[in-house]
Structure formats: structure tokens, C-alpha cells
Design a protein around this ligand. Structure first.
Ligand code: FDA
Length: 318
């Protein structure tokens, strides 16, 4: 399977970028059925219901309103409004405390084209601040997802701005990027919440490790930096080897279950999510919801041929 992943990842990411493929696959009813495994419905109400059932199973959540690479300010504003709506709904349902929202800055303006006449970074910073104020105002938290390597400097700059008012805002760092070790070292201060992930984007070899074994080694180095630091490490991986190494490093550094956490995606290794929670670990499930699921879904297919086979099998048995 490792070889299959290696062979299929790039073509899936390239083919899925085509507008025709996107158009066709989002219109297939079967796609929607399969998507449901990874996405908690399209509405705020379905997101809140999913938060409740994960909560009842002893799992924390980080909610992601799906969308990315927004090219109009109207879309960006709608995404900010959706986050404010879901935070209000969580609060009304008594589920805000301990919950987190994950935000892709490109969904709230970072990727606005120069032709829009708007400074995308500034636009995203203003929207992110509104979401952060709402989150911390109701006892929830916020995380900035990390997108492709061209966005890292902008995202870290916005993180620094947000942390002036809300020092608890978290960020994702991708082990596959060569720069990340230095970024991680700068993010290990007291209380600094950092999600370490392998990285889901198709990156050039100049900026990223492209060999899986190299990425895994970089991930382990990243975990060592975070676990030894004064911050709050968030281990975003389904990889049994990475999870086991995280457990050992946490024990070596005398970390208690309230000083770091595991994070896994909704629908991926759900039995492992429950096993870790039952063992007393803090486990947070990344919970995407909304209508714009295509980019998220194709990254999940690219990661794992079994996900792709699952999709093809559902197509064949219709
Ligand atoms: P990887 O895909 O390398 O798989 C390693 C092993 O894990 C497999 O060989 C298998 O044993 C096991 N495994 C994986 N998937 C499985 C499955 N479906 N069923 C059974 N076993 C499975 N990326 C990004 O670029 N920016 C971001 O902000 C985020 N945010 C984020 C949040 C959270 C909570 C998670 C878990 C992940 C992300 N990611 C991300 C995605 C991340 O970068 C990465 O692409 C995926 O997590 C896949 O890498 P893994 O470490 O999970 O294992």
C-alpha cells in the first residue's frame, strides 16, 4: 500500500484540479454518499448534532466550515458569517466550552486576487479576528489550518497578530516542509498550541521532503521539538507509528493528558479515536461540514488508495 500511495498521490491531486472532473464528480449522487463518511453534513444544525454525538463519546472537536481559495469578498464574508453562526449555535447548545474552530485563511480572503482591489492578507486578518473574538467570547478556541507552502509566511503573520489578543490561537505546521523545523522552534513558548501534521499538499522538492520516509522522520523531529517545549502539542496523525512515538515522548517529558492531545479526522480510524479516549487521552476530531467539500475530499482520496477503492466500489455496486 505504501507504494500505491506513492504512485497515486500526485495523479489524484493533479486530476482533481481539473474543472471538468470536479463538475462531474460533484454531480454524481454516489459521491455524496461516500462524502458523508468524511463530512458531517451541510448545515450548521448537522454540525452541531455531530459535535454532540462526538462529545457524548468523550471526544473533543475542531469544526471546519468547508471552503478554500475564495476569490470574492462576498464568499469570504459568508464564510466568516458561517463561523459566527456555528459558534453561536454551539454556545446555545451548551457545547462551546472546549470546542475549537479550524479556519483556512484562503476561505476568508487570503487568496483574493490582486484584481479584486483588496489586500487579501489584510482582509483575511480582519475576518479571522472576528472569528477569534466570537470563539473566545463563548469559551471556545480557534486554530489556523495550514495550506500550500506559498501561504505559510502570511498565515504565521496573521497568527502573531491574533495571538496579541488571544494567545491561545493555534496553528497547523506541516512536517513535510523543509522550513517547518525552524517554524516549530519559534512556536514552543508557554501555552503555544501547535498542530503537527505531515502535510496534504502537492509541494515541489525545493521546499518539501517528497519521500514518505523522510516526511515521517521530519514528523518525529517535529514531535520531539513540541513535546520538549513549553507549549501544547497537538499530534494530528492517523499513523499508528506516529501515535505510538507521541505516547512515548509525552511519557518521557512527564506530560499529563491535559498538556497535549491527539487529533484525527472525522471518519478516519474512528475506533482508534475511541480507544485513545478510553485510555484517558485527550482526543480532538477534525469535523468538516458544509457544501464545499470537494477539495477536502480529494485530499483524503490522495492520501490513501483504500479511500479511493471504497469510492470506486460504491460506484460499481450501484
Ligand atoms: P498517513 O496518511 O501518512 O498514513 C500512515 C498510516 O496511517 C497508514 O499507513 C495507515 O497505517 C494509517 N492510516 C492512515 N489513514 C488511515 C485510514 N483511513 N484507515 C486506517 N489506517 C489509516 N494537512 C495540512 O496540510 N494542513 C492542515 O491544516 C491539516 N490539518 C489536519 C488536521 C488533522 C486533525 C489531521 C489528522 C490531519 C490534518 N492534515 C492537514 C492532513 C495531514 O497533513 C495528512 O495529510 C493526513 O493526516 C495523512 O497523514 P497521516 O499522518 O494521518 O498518515
Amino acid at each position: 500500500e505504501e507504494t500505491l500511495v506513492y504512485l497515486l498521490r500526485k495523479p489524484i491531486l493533479v486530476v482533481s484540479d481539473s474543472a471538468a472532473v470536479r463538475d462531474l464528480s460533484t454531480r454524481l449522487p454516489v459521491t455524496r454518499t461516500v462524502v458523508q463518511r468524511f463530512v458531517a453534513g451541510e448545515t450548521t444544525a448537522s454540525a452541531v448534532a455531530a459535535v454532540r454525538s462526538l462529545h457524548d463519546a468523550g471526544l473533543q472537536v475542531t469544526l471546519d466550515h468547508l471552503g478554500e481559495n475564495t476569490v470574492t469578498t462576498a464568499q469570504a464574508d459568508a464564510t466568516v458569517a458561517a463561523y459566527l453562526e456555528v459558534l453561536a449555535a454551539l454556545s446555545a447548545a451548551g457545547l462551546a466550552r472546549g470546542a475549537e474552530v479550524s479556519v483556512k485563511l484562503s476561505a476568508i480572503g487570503q487568496a483574493l486576487p490582486a484584481s479584486s482591489g483588496v489586500d487579501g492578507q489584510q482582509y483575511a486578518a480582519v475576518g479571522a479576528r472576528k472569528i477569534a473574538d466570537a470563539a473566545y467570547g463563548c469559551g471556545a478556541r480557534m486554530n489556523l489550518d495550514m495550506e500550500d507552502h506559498t501561504t505559510v509566511d502570511s498565515t504565521l503573520a496573521i497568527l502573531r497578530e491574533l495571538r496579541e489578543a488571544h494567545p491561545d490561537v493555534a496553528v497547523a505546521v506541516q512536517a513535510m516542509l523543509r522550513r517547518s523545523e525552524a517554524d516549530l522552534r519559534a512556536l514552543t513558548g508557554p501555552g503555544s498550541r501547535v498542530r503537527l501534521v505531515k502535510g496534504a499538499y502537492d509541494e515541489p522538492a525545493e521546499v518539501a521532503y517528497t519521500d514518505r520516509a523522510e516526511v515521517d522522520l521530519a514528523y518525529v523531529r517535529g514531535m520531539k521539538i513540541l513535546m520538549a517545549g513549553q507549549g501544547y502539542p497537538m499530534i494530528g496523525s492517523h499513523d499508528p507509528r506516529m501515535i505510538a512515538i507521541a505516547e512515548r515522548l509525552a511519557a518521557d517529558h512527564g506530560r499529563t493528558p491535559d498538556s497535549w492531545e491527539h487529533q484525527l479526522l472525522y471518519g478516519i480510524r474512528p475506533e482508534e479515536q475511541r480507544r485513545l479516549a478510553a485510555a484517558g487521552r485527550t482526543v480532538r476530531v477534525y469535523l468538516p461540514y458544509g457544501t464545499d467539500w470537494y477539495g477536502y475530499f480529494t485530499r483524503r482520496l490522495a492520501e490513501r488508495p483504500a479511500n479511493l477503492l471504497f469510492f470506486l466500489r460504491a460506484l460499481a455496486t450501484r
